[in-house]
Design a protein around this ligand. Structure first.
Ligand SMILES: Cc1ncc(COP(=O)(O)O)c(C=O)c1O
Length: 480
């Protein structure tokens, strides 16, 4: 049993559960923030690009809870502005941001190019219905197609919506091309695909589904990276086809296999090449669609534009969101021509691919193509992992391993010790470093892709201090 530590003035259940932006049950709050880092050493606030903070004082936390539903367990932190990888709270305390809105603000905060492109678009035309052709949407779709294995793009607003669109596409493909009456989509345990009813059902974690039944049917789960489990599950779902036909039962079969190239919320767990090769092979054999969720890993995060590029196979459909607009809300579902089965009226989104969001998408697309962003992701990722190795050597009793690709990495805490990722994150926040847990035992690093060498060094130094502080708090708690 985990003991309540000094940091846990907040309900113990929240520290136990971990965190995640998408993970409302699992917020790991910070119990207190020290004042020692309050004095600014950065000049960011005074730069001309930095927008002025609204003169209206932010609501207190109590007022906030009076008006905003408590779907998130929030840190007691009100961030009011940022520049690059740095954020400032309402009291002027600075933070180094290794969260980036959870893998979203790929260009950091207040990026001048993003600011000017979005502002210019806003003053030209920010929204127009998809009843008309939208130039920025066309250009972003062209870039996405030219920079992936996809042939066509559908735009929406979020990761869940992009996955919802994949699921609908796979079901329509199954009905109209594979001739299935009862299409099944296989996903992985510990996956995360969103919060709509279909995507939360696709998410292979019961804690997200609890109390939301009845859930839509047509989803089955396998253990991630377990080829035997996957093959056996496909066989079971597709099996007895002749007998079912003889009995006049509806035709059941696998419509698609939806996987993250690297499980983000599930604890920064990369897929193996063998597993993804097997998924591709099974889809080729059965006609099912290979579907990828690139919401957290896409748009350069892993050092390649798409996470699946690290695994040497191409999916038939995949989703993107988070970094696609570098923090301006946009999602996309991409597919190969063979499964481009949506016809007018089949699926739609009022805001999807509007000029404002696509103008943002074009900025990051351009930076990936010509701005050296991926080179930085690879170099900074290696630097970060080398530093995490040093921390592993320094805290062998508490730390177990590190894992990740590019700039999505996790520092894994040993199962057998009481220390939780939420406690390290709490201590880091006190020390001016924003990190985010990925489950109970993994401290996640997903900084802006523009992060500098000095900032990674700083993050590592601050992590070192945070780990020591979190261990000390645990010991103090145990001694009481
Ligand atoms: C892999 C993955 N898929 C889907 C989602 C859901 O995205 P959104 O919160 O934009 O709906 C997330 C969010 O964390 C994610 O990490």
């Amino acid at each position: 049993m985990v003991k309540q530590c000094a940091a846990a003035a907040v309900p113990l259940v929240l520290l136990l559960l971990g965190t995640g932006s998408s993970d409302a049950f699992t917020s790991s709050p910070v119990a207190h923030t020290s004042k020692q880092h309050r004095h600014s050493t950065l000049t960011m606030v005074a730069t001309p690009e930095a927008p002025q903070v609204s003169s209206a004082a932010p609501l207190t936390m109590d007022e906030y809870s009076k008006y905003v539903q408590t779907t998130y367990g929030r840190y007691p932190l009100t961030i009011v502005r940022g520049k690059g990888c740095h954020l400032v709270d309402k009291d002027g305390k600075e933070y180094l941001d290794m969260v980036a809105g959870i893998s979203t603000c790929a260009l950091g905060h207040a990026d001048p190019e993003l600011t000017s492109a979005v502002s210019a678009q806003m003053s030209r035309m920010h929204h127009i219905s998809n009843l008309y052709y939208i130039p920025e949407q066309g250009r972003l779709a062209k870039w996405l197609v030219e920079n992936s294995c996809a042939d066509r793009v559908f735009f929406c607003n979020s990761g869940a919506e992009a996955n919802e669109a994949q699921i609908k596409l796979a079901r329509k493909y199954a009905h109209t091309v594979l001739g299935l009456d009862l299409p099944v989509i296989i996903t992985a345990r510990q996956s995360f695909h969103g919060r709509t009813l279909a995507t939360v059902t696709a998410t292979g974690q019961p804690k997200y589904q609890k109390d939301f039944g009845p859930l839509p049917s047509g989803f089955e789960y396998v253990t991630y990276n377990d080829i035997d489990d996957l093959r056996a599950t496909v066989k079971r779902i597709n099996g007895r086809a002749k007998l079912r036909a003889l009995l006049g039962l509806p035709k059941r079969g696998v419509a698609g296999i939806l996987m993250e190239a690297l499980q983000g919320e599930g604890g920064i767990v990369p897929a193996t090449r063998e597993f993804f090769a097997a998924v591709r092979e099974i889809c080729n054999e059965t006609g099912a669609l290979m579907m990828c969720d690139e919401v957290q890993t896409g748009m350069g995060r892993t050092g390649t534009i798409w996470g699946f590029e690290n695994l040497g196979v191409e999916p038939d459909t995949f989703s993107s969101a988070k970094a696609l607009g570098a923090g301006v809300p946009i999602g996309a579902m991409m597919c190969k021509a063979k499964c481009d089965v949506f016809k007018p009226g089949d699926h739609a989104s009022t805001f999807g691919g509007n000029p404002l969001a696509c103008a943002a998408g074009l900025v990051i697309a351009n930076r990936i193509s010509s701005g050296g962003l991926l080179t930085n992701v690879k170099a900074r990722g290696e630097q970060l992992r080398a530093g995490l190795d040093r921390l592993l050597a320094k805290y062998p009793d508490h730390l177990k391993s590190k894992r990740g690709w590019g700039l999505i990495n996790g520092l894994v805490i040993k199962d057998e010790v009481e220390l939780l990722a939420g406690q390290v994150v709490a201590a880091a926040t006190d020390g001016g470093l924003l990190l985010v847990p990925a489950g109970l035992k993994v401290v996640r690093y997903v900084p802006p892709l523009t992060v500098s060498e000095a900032e990674i060094d700083d993050a590592l130094a601050k992590t070192d201090v945070a780990i020591a502080a979190a261990i000390a708090r645990l010991r103090e708690g145990a001694a009481k």
